[in-house]
Design a binder for this molecule. Structure first.
Ligand code: UT7
Length: 320
């Protein structure tokens, strides 16, 4: 493969109109603002209204990323969309976004890796760009987990939110762009986090089921393992990092991972307090927030990381 690197030219994100605070759960399930904040760090999350879908949120995020990159839809010849909550079983949400953007050429497909979806999608797009099979890619993480939540299950319904984030990626020669990626999967953990339905089993969509404590037990070790692999591959150390943009599932997991890696919290982008866990959308939502408020700047060394259903996990190290 060439010495090209995939560079992020622009980021964008969209949250649904409706915000739901912890207090809004009182009367829905037996919980409290105090429990949710202490155990997760979450204060609010955004919930899609009837007229908002994974595809509509993804389209909005993609348009903002294109605008930030100074490009138009026709400049894109690859769309990789990470989601576990597509609008339809098929066609792929990526193809529906392609149509809404008015793009007629190139190719588009979805990636299903749940909360790790964005790092999987970014790594996949990176390989297509470096191989020369595509020139410019939109990589999107978009979810409407509110539609697969059991709203009577307090152990899960307070944790998740909806949203979408996107980046525009282009292969360039030079020092910027994706330096190293690591992806992993281990299907033996399926029963700890899954959806109890699907087209080939129940014929229905199903609801999210999670043994949160069991997921928590594995999270920090898996996250730090792939990150350390990326550090070794790139010949850098935690001290060299400017920003750590982790998957936003739980503030306690983020803090424990940062501590184990020796990354001070001042270098960690945290949005779980505002967004909740938006699965594949959480990293591009957090990244867009940190780019737009001026934290992430050209030349910064940035680590992205996620872990989720499957289990799947992975990390991407890049020079902004
Ligand atoms: O993004 C994909 C990856 N997912 C994750 O990374 C999630 C990982 N897991 C977690 O973040 C945490 O395990 C949770 C936030 C899900 C739960 O926190 P925890 O500290 O592990 O709590 P727990 O499951 O051990 O539950 C403690 C207690 C239980 O009561 P008992 O059995 O001790 O009497 C629960 O029934 O808290 C109870 N509980 C609640 N209480 C009030 C569970 N959910 C709630 C709730 N409100 N919403």
């Amino acid at each position: 493969m060439s010495d090209l690197r995939s560079v992020i030219l622009g980021t964008g994100s969209v949250l649904p109109k409706r915000m739901m605070s912890n207090l809004d759960f009182e009367g829905v399930v037996e919980t409290s603002d105090e429990w949710i904040q202490q155990r997760t760090g979450i204060r609010t999350r955004y919930i899609a209204s009837e007229d908002e879908t994974t595809v509509s949120l993804a389209e909005g995020a993609a348009r903002r990323a294109l605008e930030a990159a100074g490009l138009v839809p026709d400049d894109i010849d690859l769309i990789v969309l990470a989601t576990a909550t597509p609008n339809n079983t098929f066609p792929a949400s990526a193809v529906q976004v392609q149509h809404r953007l008015g793009i007629h050429g190139g190719f588009a497909f979805d990636v299903a890796a749940v909360c790790s979806g964005f790092v999987y999608a970014l790594t996949t797009a990176d390989l297509y760009l470096k191989s020369g099979m595509a020139r410019r890619a939109l990589v999107i993480g978009a979810e409407t987990f509110s539609r697969i939540l059991d709203w009577e299950d307090r152990t899960t319904c307070v944790l998740f939110g909806d949203g979408a984030g996107a980046v525009v990626l282009q292969a360039e020669s030079g020092d910027h762009g994706i330096i190293a990626s690591r992806l992993r999967a281990d299907g033996s953990h399926e029963e700890k986090l899954y959806v109890d339905g699907g087209p080939s089993t129940t014929g229905s969509v199903g609801k999210l089921r999670m043994e949160g404590r069991e997921v928590f037990k594995h999270a920090v070790g898996m996250i730090t393992d792939v990150i350390e692999d990326c550090f070794a591959a790139a010949g850098v150390a935690a001290d060299d990092l400017d920003w750590f943009v982790p998957h936003q599932a739980n503030r306690r997991i983020i803090e424990a991972s940062a501590k184990k890696l020796g990354i001070p919290m001042e270098k960690v982008v945290v949005t779980v307090d505002r967004h909740g866990n938006t699965s594949a959308a959480s990293i591009p939502l957090a990244l867009d927030a940190a780019v737009r408020d001026g934290r992430v700047r050209r030349g910064d060394l940035v680590m992205l990381e996620a872990m989720g259903g499957g289990f799947t996990w992975g990390a991407v190290l890049l020079r902004w």
